[in-house]
Design a protein around this ligand. Structure first.
Ligand SMILES: Nc1ncnc2c1ncn2[C@@H]1O[C@H](COP(=O)(O)OP(=O)(O)OP(=O)(O)O)[C@@H](O)[C@H]1O
Ligand SMILES: [Mg+2]
Length: 249
């Protein structure tokens, strides 16, 4: 489903990713961890075709992501996606319906099919009961689930999430992780999730990649080396502190 071969990425003259070799299969739930500036978001942007490797290659569904339009086959939730402006008057159903704009089922019976897809996405993220609620009145965790629901409404096969758990409390976090796990197991979706939350990654991902310019580790969560010994964890703590500071403002 996703391959990179000897991939290097340079941003503004700086080598950010070096010699990345990855092979990700359908149905895998891959957690990506690493220090701030380690290149996690850069990797996701390269997979999405927004950045281009300076050397080596990336292909998604067998194509160069820079050259093809995936037409809703790839769903993306950005870093801090739940901070959508709460002044925007929009219901949960309307927000999730926006996800269908990028789906591939464009023409015939579109509207009817869209309705089903939206209801299904709301059910998957557990927001059916709140369908008519203004997104400004949702809790942080509910808003995060709504944003994930929007990505699901595109019917994407490959889901790419950059820090989907930031600002989500433990209970909501566990609900989201369970949902993501179900999506991989029961719906055969493929999921790439960047997170600084090692506990979350350990308990849910099938595979963990530790990225710090290069891939430092790629394997089962039960085999992660003691990351507390790696400089990365400093970065990990820093992000949490930073998140809190932003919260308090
Ligand atoms: N638009 C940009 N132009 C040039 N360099 C950039 C740009 N964005 C990021 N970088 C650099 O690329 C490197 C990797 O950044 P990236 O955002 O991929 O890291 P990250 O692992 O996602 O970090 P974080 O955990 O803070 O989100 C950093 O050194 C950063 O300064
Ligand atoms: Mg990032």
């Amino acid at each position: 489903m996703l391959n990179t071969t000897d991939m290097f990425v340079i941003r503004s003259g700086k080598l950010v990713l070096e010699n990345i070799n990855l092979r990700i299969n359908q149905g895998e739930f891959v957690g990506i961890v690493g220090p701030n500036g380690g290149g996690k978001s850069t990797l996701l942007l390269t997979i999405l075709g927004i950045l281009e490797p300076s050397k080596g290659s990336v292909d998604v569904f067998g194509h160069n992501p820079k050259l093809v339009n995936f037409n809703g086959n790839v769903g993306w939730v950005s870093q801090d996606a739940a901070s959508i402006p709460t002044k925007m008057r929009m219901t949960v159903r309307e927000l999730i319906t926006l996800g269908t704009l990028s789906s591939s089922n464009l023409f015939s019976f579109r509207r009817k099919k869209n309705n089903e897809v939206v209801e299904n996405a709301m059910r998957l993220v557990g927001l059916s009961d709140l369908a008519g609620m203004d997104i400004g009145r949702l809790s942080g965790g509910q808003r995060q689930r709504a944003v994930i629901g929007r990505a699901l409404a595109s019917n994407a096969e490959l889901l790419i999430f950059d820090e989907p758990l930031v600002n989500v409390d433990r209970e909501a976090r566990n609900g989201i992780l369970k949902l993501l796990d179900d999506l991989c197991h029961n719906q055969n979706k493929t999921l790439l999730m960047v997170s600084h939350d090692l506990t979350a990654i350990r308990q849910s991902a099938h595979r963990v990649i530790y990225l710090d310019g290069k891939i430092q580790f790629d394997g089962s969560p039960s085999e992660i080396p003691d990351l507390s010994g790696l400089a990365g964890l400093v970065g990990i703590q820093h992000v949490h502190a930073h998140g809190k500071r932003e919260d308090e403002q």
